[in-house]
Design a protein around this ligand. Structure first.
Ligand SMILES: Nc1ncnc2c1ncn2[C@@H]1O[C@H](COP(=O)(O)OP(=O)(O)OP(=O)(O)O)[C@@H](O)[C@H]1O
Length: 310
């Protein structure tokens, strides 16, 4: 089990670093094997910061991240089990390394004891698991592969490790619609094989499609979390309700009102998803989540204006 408890991250901002900005504020949730949890929020809500902390690329300012009860420590032991795939697959590759070199380097790094032949067999298996033809991709440079192929190759690379959890940060946002569905269905296959996926997205429809549980972040804080069908089917927090109502519908057309899809709360400054910088410790008040119905958590500070449960 990958567990986040009270995870907070503050950044120093301002010309002389004199102010703090709480990008992630007291976030707690679990990710189990064979489960997809979507982390949903607008730009600036803290999703990437949270994903980077899970991957050990950033240290939390407070709180804890544990893997099976053991504190997550960046290093080979952790990265054999927890890996990340990011939005821009091109930026993840060395342009002068062909795909086979990328995959063979992993053996030297993590499994020097495995024989070369056996490793080649594992490479073939992992490519087949992500529906890539080894004969077509192995001898190619990154620029000779499509975005969808590169994204699959990154997942295959992750599978070569004893992967148990994958942080997928906006991995479909640079793909066209049909490739996007292919990659999502691939994640669904891997989930069936026991992989736990933290699916970071600003796209509500993708979160709804792929995940069992959803965590909605607003300004770094969890405002609503629970089984996806409850969060999407019976949204209770005003922010989630606004977010859902702002999803453009295929049948809707722009009616000239530029505010029609504005999800910012009354009084929110400029960027609706982003946290406000503060001069003190950066925290924004009480963070209690209440269980509105079994498994469905909603942030309490706006309870007065919550819709009633079903
Ligand atoms: N290194 C940093 N130093 C200072 N502030 C940062 C840093 N990285 C991120 N932030 C700020 O923290 C907040 C959360 O950023 P983050 O990238 O985690 O959000 P996000 O939800 O992933 O957004 P996006 O979807 O646009 O990537 C933003 O206000 C951002 O400007």
């Amino acid at each position: 089990m990958l567990r986040l408890e009270g995870v907070t991250k503050t950044y120093r901002v301002g010309a002389f670093g004199g102010r703090t900005l709480t990008a992630v504020d007291d976030v707690s949730f679990d990710l189990a094997p064979g489960e997809v949890v979507s982390l949903i929020g607008e730009s600036g809500s803290g999703k990437t910061t949270l994903g980077k902390m899970v991957l050990g690329l950033l240290a939390p300012s407070s709180g804890s991240i544990t893997l099976d009860g053991v504190p997550a420590r960046p290093g080979k032991g952790y990265y054999r089990h927890v890996q990340g795939v990011f939005q821009d697959p091109f930026s993840c590759y060395n342009p002068v390394f062909k795909a086979d070199r990328v995959l063979r380097m992993l053996k030297e790094q993590y499994f020097p004891e495995v024989a070369a032949d056996e490793w080649d067999g594992r490479i073939e298996e992992s490519l087949e698991a992500v529906r890539l033809d080894p004969g077509q991709v192995l001898g190619r440079y990154p620029h000779q592969l499509s975005g969808g192929q590169l994204q699959r190759l990154l997942i295959a690379r992750a599978l070569l490790l004893d992967l148990r959890y994958l942080v997928a940060d906006e991995i479909t946002s640079m793909l066209d619609a049909s490739t996007r569905i292919d990659v999502l269905n691939l994640l669904a296959d891997l989930k069936v094989r026991g992989l736990g996926v933290l699916f970071v997205t600003h796209d509500l429809s993708l979160g709804n499609y792929i995940s069992e549980r959803a965590v909605v972040l607003h300004r770094g804080r969890v405002v609503e979390a629970g089984p996806t069908e409850l969060v999407f089917g019976n949204p209770l927090h005003p922010y989630t309700i606004r977010l859902l109502s702002a999803v453009p519908r295929l049948t809707a057309r722009w009616d000239g009102d530029p505010g029609a899809f504005d999800v910012s709360a009354p009084g929110d400054p400029g960027d609706p998803g982003a946290p406000a910088a503060s001069g003190d410790d950066g925290t924004q008040g009480p963070t209690t989540l209440v269980e509105a119905e079994p498994g469905h958590l909603v942030r309490r500070d706006e309870t007065a204006s919550l819709r009633s449960t079903r």
